[in-house]
Design a protein around this ligand. Structure first.
Ligand code: SAH
Length: 290
């Protein structure tokens, strides 16, 4: 059995009772989702890969709190990207992963959220496999799930939203935002846009043009699940102004749908905590009906 360091949280007996299946061998890569920021949202599998890594290649969206969990001896390479400003091109990242694996290192590829949701994890895995390098894959809590939950927004709610769609608001290479607007404008679903802050005016315009009610509740969640998380609530027609007024920058998620104000219509006292006192003051009818 692998020896765990004294200071590591996995030393807790209760976690040791969970059978260890995540063993990173020299020459292998672990492609790991770190969730939206709060280290408590890491999976146990993610934490186990983190503690075994001797080299970590990580993105901008991996929080400092999570980076602090890496072993001291682990080498760190930042390959973060910002929209349109690629720090290290994707091709180079792929090559780095192969190089380190071929040197017999235990390589951790650490990504924000889930590696397979708008994370290019599929491309990296493909490249590794093509080069004969085996790869452990580990999901993370994706921003749409983690950030909405920590903002007190249920993505689906009986009688309010029967489904939800995660979609990218990032423009295609031709400078267009060609999305299935008709289906995104259906009122019984929640729509979550990733990477949409720069294209927000066209997103809201298209939704309204395709029949979504301009008064549909909407929210912007910046740095969701982190101690400095910000939530801005409005409706489809006010979102673009909110961005200007508060100078909202990435990483921000756009959430559209009636679920936005289902549990609360204000910022929470702390991320991920719904205060019963606030709820009873704001939603007295809902409490009675319950
Ligand atoms: N693989 C990631 C998404 C990467 S795309 C995942 O599964 O979550 C990057 C976009 O994700 C950002 O532009 C933003 O829209 C969203 N995002 C990621 N983390 C976020 C966070 N903590 N708060 C708000 N938005 C976040």
């Amino acid at each position: 059995m692998t020896q765990l360091s004294k200071e590591n949280p996995l030393n807790k007996n209760v976690l040791n009772n969970i059978n260890r299946k995540s063993v990173l061998q020299p020459g292998e890569v672990a492609l790991v989702g770190s969730g939206p920021g709060d280290a408590e949202l890491l999976t146990i599998r993610a934490l186990r890969f983190i503690e075994q890594a001797d080299v970590a290649i990580y993105d901008r969206l991996v929080s400092d709190e999570i980076m602090a969990l890496l072993p001291e001896s682990c080498e760190r390479f930042y390959v973060g990207k910002e929209q349109a400003k690629h720090c290290v091109p994707q091709g180079k990242i792929n090559e780095l992963l192969v190089q380190y694996a071929q040197q017999g290192r235990k390589v951790l590829r650490l990504k924000g959220g889930d590696p397979f949701i708008f994370g290019r994890g599929g491309e990296e895995a493909e490249f590794l496999l093509e080069h004969g390098i085996s790869c452990h894959v580990c999901p993370g809590i994706t921003a749409a799930s983690g950030c909405t939950t920590y903002a007190g927004i249920p993505l689906t709610h009986r009688g309010v939203a029967q489904g939800c769609t995660f979609i990218t608001g990032h423009m295609q290479n031709d400078g267009q935002l060609n999305l299935p607007w008709q289906s995104l404008s259906c009122s019984s679903q929640t729509v979550v846009f990733y990477m949409g802050i720069n294209t927000l005016p066209s997103i809201t315009e298209q939704l309204i043009n395709h029949g979504r009610d301009a008064n549909t509740p909407a929210a912007l969640i910046r740095k969701g699940t982190q101690p400095d998380q910000q939530i801005f609530r409005g409706n489809i027609s006010t979102l673009a102004d909110l961005v200007k007024q508060h100078n909202i920058t990435p990483p921000t998620l756009i959430v559209i749908g009636d679920v936005v104000n289902q549990l609360t219509d204000t910022a929470l006292a702390k991320p991920g905590f719904l205060d019963a006192k606030d709820y009873q003051m704001k939603m007295p009818l809902a409490v009675k009906a319950g």
